[in-house]
Unconditional design. Structure first.
Length: 66
């Protein structure tokens, strides 16, 4: 019964190499997901605080122009 669950040394190496092949672009995908998450956070912040940020820049421009 449990004999069929045992994988020999060669089979384990084959399984390991098959799973290891698809990881070459894994880092790039993770960086892309982080970039998307940061972009979403920035968009949400700009949508919720956009008018306040615009007022700050308007005040700075007015102070520099005066």
């Amino acid at each position: 019964m449990f004999g069929t669950l045992f994988l020999g040394r060669k089979e384990v190496g084959t399984v390991r190499s098959k799973f290891g092949r698809g990881q070459s672009g894994q880092g790039m995908v993770e960086y892309a997901l982080i970039l998307v998450l940061v972009s979403i956070v920035v968009i949400v912040i700009l949508l919720t605080m956009g008018n306040q940020i615009q007022n700050v820049f308007s005040n700075v421009v007015a102070a520099l122009g005066a």
